[in-house]
Design a binder for this molecule. Structure first.
Ligand code: RIB
Length: 298
């Protein structure tokens, strides 16, 4: 079974700051670095490092060659990454503060110039039963969801960043939702995560639902019951891509048919390790590292 990640590839410019810049303030950063990122690229690498067979589709500009190299180094298949000669690659301006928290400004760039013909070209290489993993940093989301589901592909959605256009998509076609509590509240219309699961199950009875709850860990509704797991203790250096790491490990665990609590534990541990390292894609651990690392639950 193949996982196609159809999503964003970003050049992440990461600035370490004393605090997030305030309105009207000019703030000197303590250091700067350029990293491979984008929720699509990060999740493709997380799925691959967790053990899946992964294909990446998306679009970069001529300035994004290192993004392609990062995917290739990780053994992700990149033949479906298009190159746009005219537009710049997507990029993110990321502030990381002393506590490792981040805030991000995105410019979509080539992530938002994907045509329906390109979508058709990519999907032609995939079959019923393959998985497509989507986030919300590219254009033509509704078209991709519709066409992939018409082919019988299973749709996994990490609805991040949430916006009104995504809420207009036919989310009944989604088999796996992997999201945070804010995204769950936006889709369900209820900010209580338990109630959100009830609403989502009533609306989308075939879907499995994963909700991350920040410091309170995560919940997983497998279609019958809700499972819960906590987070692991680490010193936070950079939270960028923590959610992407969790998503990749979770989806891989589901596809491997692991037990719910085992999936949740692996995803939580992988994401804790990512938080303890700088960068986005570079901070995602391999499964060997995850298995070998001893961490305490909070
Ligand atoms: O989820 C983290 C990612 O969000 C970063 O790598 C940045 O590119 C933005 O897409």
């Amino acid at each position: 079974m193949k996982i196609l990640v159809f999503g964003s590839l970003n050049v992440d410019r990461r600035y370490i700051v004393d605090h997030f810049v305030q309105p009207g303030e000019t703030l000197s950063s303590l250091s700067v670095g350029t990293f491979s990122g984008g929720k699509g690229l990060n999740q493709a690498i997380a799925c691959k490092k967790a053990g899946s067979d992964v294909y990446m589709a998306g679009k970069i500009g001529t300035d994004g060659a290192f993004l392609l190299a990062e995917l290739k180094d990780a053994d992700v298949v990149t033949k479906h990454v298009f190159i746009d000669e005219k537009e710049m690659s997507g990029h993110a301006i990321i502030q990381v503060d002393k506590n490792g928290q981040n805030c991000i400004i995105l410019y979509g760039g080539t992530n938002r110039t994907i045509s329906q013909e390109e979508v058709d070209e990519v999907l032609a290489d995939f079959d019923a039963g393959d998985i497509i993993l989507l986030q919300n940093e590219i254009n033509n989301m509704d078209y991709i969801i519709t066409k992939a589901s018409e082919k019988g592909m299973l749709v996994a959605l990490n609805p991040s960043p949430m916006d009104d256009a995504l809420l207009e998509c036919d989310l009944a076609k989604v088999t796996y939702f992997i999201m945070n509590e804010i995204e769950a509240a936006a889709i369900a219309g209820d900010s209580d995560p338990e109630k959100a699961v009830e609403v989502l199950h009533a609306k989308y009875p075939e879907s499995k639902i994963v909700i991350t709850l920040g410091g309170d860990g995560s919940m997983f509704f497998d279609g019958e019951k809700i499972w819960r797991h906590g987070i692991y203790k680490v010193k936070a250096v950079d939270t960028t891509a923590a959610g992407d790491t969790f998503t990749g490990y979770f989806l891989n665990g589901l596809l491997e048919g692991l037990q719910p609590l085992e999936i949740m534990s692996l995803a939580a541990k992988a994401s804790a390790i990512a938080v303890s390292q700088p960068g986005a894609a570079d901070s995602i651990p391999t499964k060997d590292v995850v298995l070998a690392t001893q961490l305490e639950l909070k």
